[in-house]
Design a protein around this ligand. Structure first.
Ligand code: NCD
Ligand code: ZN
Ligand code: ZN
Length: 448
């Protein structure tokens, strides 16, 4: 990791509280916070213009598609999308091609992320070889490699064999790493493309029942209890999962959970058009689930927001509903959706946003340098937000190489105006630091 930059950020309000202050960053670390700060002439300046300063966001759940599907996202394009969304660290899921089930792949992803330098890219290792759910992957080798893999998941697939999941939790405890489960009992979701309920029944879409998620959530809570292990639930989507998390916590079980922006905002009323843009795993549920998930996030029952940013090519998305790939873009729109569902509704203040988008995810994955307080001697991983500047989503203008956003033409209530990684500006006013105007874009639309 680079030592970091020096920069004087003026006129920002940490956590949206109090009068504006200046933040002086020296060598990537916050050196001073106060009013009327000065710096030598050669130090870069960033005018905050009254923006809210938050700790840089941490996404526990991103799909970057490299290696294997670089036509839909690369580590460079996904890093740009992350920086524009206010992220300073992302965890890149293992369901690539080849699968990230060995340290050659995980170290390669880590190094590629470091070379791009816009965001700390942490590869997630697969729990099982090839995501096939039959044999544990070499978690220890991946943890010991250059990437220092600290989180493992077969996301996209559930580790459905209970004995294998138990072994994975036991090994993970020994290695002090986290297992994140895509909770889906596959026997209950054969052919499923939408939430099982009145809407899917009327539209003739095969249903994915809530119990497919909830049965794995409770099973894994019990396995974690017996193994004395930690377990993390990916993309919680139902009111029942919220109730089970409460129960498990009350038993002292070490279980954590994330919710995606789309499960906070969207529901199966969107399916009427049969537009596969709304197809995602787990599926969009019902309004009662949206409301329960929001309340759970506000109460801390659900720990954090994770995007499940899932880029797909248009030919894989614009086809018959049943054939289309599941997944939605999320990195550049996450904050807007969280503000719309949680801040505008009064469920969270900006401190709460910092908690669910930065502090808790960093704690859960034990990232020492992210999700830290905005205070002297802390790393300058920061996101500046203009709470009064809205913007309209256009898929083809996003930095992501894919355009499968469900928020097309929607107005996002706030704008990330700048993101800083160890004091280096990685995104500013809608442009990522690798998208400069001087050199032309390469074949991926990214400028080196
Ligand atoms: N969420 C999705 O619908 N799709 C994800 C896989 C996953 O997160 O389960 C993908 O990799 O496309
Ligand atoms: Zn998943
Ligand atoms: Zn995912």
């Amino acid at each position: 990791m680079s030592a970091g930059q020096s920069i004087l950020i003026t006129d920002v309000r940490p956590y949206g509280e109090g009068e504006p202050v200046d933040i002086l960053v020296r060598d990537g670390v916050i050196a001073e916070i106060g009013t009327g700060l000065s710096a030598p002439d050669d130090v870069e300046r960033l005018a905050g213009e009254g923006a809210i300063a938050l700790p840089g966001f941490v996404d526990m759940h991103t799909h970057l598609r490299e290696p294997g599907r670089e036509d839909t996202e690369t580590i460079a394009s996904g890093s740009a999308a992350a920086a524009l969304g206010g992220y300073t660290a992302v965890f890149a899921m293992a369901n690539t091609d080849p699968v990230a089930d060995n340290s050659t792949v995980t170290d390669g992803v880590y190094r590629a992320g470091r070379d791009v330098g816009l965001v700390d890219v942490h590869p997630v290792g697969a729990v099982t070889v090839g995501l096939r759910g039959k044999q544990l992957a070499e978690m220890g080798m991946m943890a010991a490699g250059a990437a220092g893999v600290r989180m493992f998941s077969d996301d996209g697939k559930c580790v459905d064999d209970p004995l294998l999941m138990r072994r994975a939790l036991e090994y993970a405890t020994g290695l002090d790493v986290l297992i994140a489960q895509h909770a889906e009992e596959p026997r209950l979701t054969v052919g499923a493309v939408a939430h099982e309920g009145p809407t899917a029944a009327r539209l003739g879409l095969a249903g994915w029942p809530r119990a497919a998620e909830e049965s794995i959530v409770i099973r894994d809570a019990l396995l974690a209890r017996d193994a004395g292990a930690r377990v993390h639930i990916c993309h919680a989507s139902t009111e029942g999962t919220v109730e089970l998390l409460k129960w498990a916590r009350a038993q002292g079980i070490s279980i954590t959970a994330e919710v995606t922006p789309h499960h906070l905002l969207l529901n199966d009323s969107r399916l009427e058009t049969y537009d596969p843009i709304n197809k995602v795993n787990p599926p969009l549920r019902e309004e009662s689930d949206n409301l329960a998930l929001r309340q759970a996030l506000a109460d801390g029952v659900i720990d954090c927001v994770a995007t499940d940013h899932a880029p797909h090519a248009s030919q894989d998305k614009c086809c018959e509903f049943a054939q289309a790939r599941p997944g939605m873009l999320g990195l550049e729109t996450a904050l807007g959706v969280v503000v719309e569902t949680m801040v505008t509704t009064g469920l969270l203040d900006w401190r709460g946003v910092a908690r669910v988008m930065s502090e808790r995810p960093a704690e859960i994955v034990r990232l020492p340098d992210h999700g830290r307080p905005i205070a002297v001697n802390e790393p300058a991983n920061l996101t500046l937000v203009d709470p009064n500047r809205s913007w309209v989503v256009a898929g083809d203008e996003l930095a992501s190489l894919s355009d499968n956003t469900p928020y097309e033409a929607m107005t996002m209530p706030v704008t990330v105006t700048a993101t800083l990684l160890r004091g280096a500006v990685t995104a500013r006013d809608g442009v990522a630091a690798n998208q400069g105007a001087e050199s032309g874009p390469d074949e991926h639309g990214v400028i080196a």
